[in-house]
Design a binder for this molecule. Sequence first.
Ligand code: GDG
Length: 448
Amino acid sequence: MNRLVVVANRVPNPRERGATAGGLAVALKDALSRREVMWFGWSGQVGEATSAEVAEVTVGRITYATLDLGREDYRHFYTGFSNACLWPTLHYRLGLAVFSREDHAGYRRVNQAFAAALAPMLRPDDTVWVHDFHLFPMGAALRAQGCRQRLGFFLHVPFPPHAVFCGLPRAEELLVDLAAYDVIGVQTEDDAANLRAALAAAGEADAAARVAAFPIGIEAESFTQLAEKAMVKRETERFRQSLVDRALIIGVDRLDYTKGLPQRFCGYGQLLARFKAHRSKVTYLQVAPVSRGDVAQYRALRRELDEWVGRINGQHAEPDWAPLRYMTRAVARPVLAGFMRMARVGLVTPLRDGMNLVAKEYVAAQDPEDPGVLVLSRFAGAVAQLPGALLVNPLDPDEIAEALDQALTMRPAERKARWEDCAVSVFRDGARAWCRAFLSRLEGANDA
Ligand code: GDG
């Protein structure tokens, strides 16, 4: 079988194994155990200049081929154009986007450099699968290097309506770049419709026909096992004792302005103010590991959240009860799975999200005999697969408060029925199925 080359901004560290490795790495490893794979991309290291040489490490059938980014390229390609311009715009937040010619030039330069480094490493029958918004131009850059291989692209984040997308500097150029791919995958049918319309408007009607939705999933069974095993861990027991029989609400998100955290905190405050029966009876744990701390808006958000936490706890706490527990450190995945299983409510309210895997992990972590309730933003891509969730407008704190009250008072039979409605797709449409679906479209056969 031919080799699969996965191109992603960040390549997983070959020394990280199992539960600590990234979701994509685990999914690919399981789905492609018989296949030779090369990961190509950024090592995660920043040096003086972007490396001219590719560092290769092979473990079993997987080769990790990486480049270090130079300081300037890191600043303009990664922090600048990718995180401060493309990320907000693709999440419908054009007003937050930072436009800079230098960032734009850095983005194109790094994509060119990656393509120039990868092209000579490719074999004629390789299948190349490029991931995410950092690398829109990679396919076109590979074609310009003379590559004739099958090239697929998957966008993990939303694709906004054309009226938003065309606010990007040289938006049309990105669409022409996308047209170089043989298959262009997105998370939802809405994203697919938006992208097709944008491609058609850019005169790339042929490419519009190569766009398809492939909703990403999780390795649900292994997450359930993690959650079950966590129940006997010391950390879980200590946490349980600290709750003293209070119902737990859990939120788990990278600290990012797309995740709707200030509005969520405000909604929880409304719950405590309006539905007084829950006072002293509920604890909300928000895990929000800091990300992209070198982008100004993320630092501002962190300060804003610090303020919210102080306000809510200051206003509602009792000497023996802090209503909101907030941590900006990451929690180990096996521990997190246990916390999710203990939570009566999973609170997932992004303002906009490509998919949102936390919503699916929360469902997978539940005890089927006594499951909790998922409160989910109607603007997460995952909505289509989770019909049993309580849907909210993440911008409306009152709706969040009402949904939390409904979830906290829901009878066991309804909780179970709603959980079962969500579990169908979470367990059936996993990461492996996603991988196979994309690759079989790209390769025109069911042999992935
Ligand atoms: C992008 C798209 C799309 C979070 N905190 C901790 C932790 N996490 C894990 C979660 C989950 C993952 O990180 C986050 O995945 P999401 O899907 O929720 O969100 P993004 O990071 O924004 O991912 C998104 C995804 O790509 C895949 O296509 O679904 O829409 O934005 O797995 O559990 N893990 C650990 N500790 C933490 O504190 N161990």
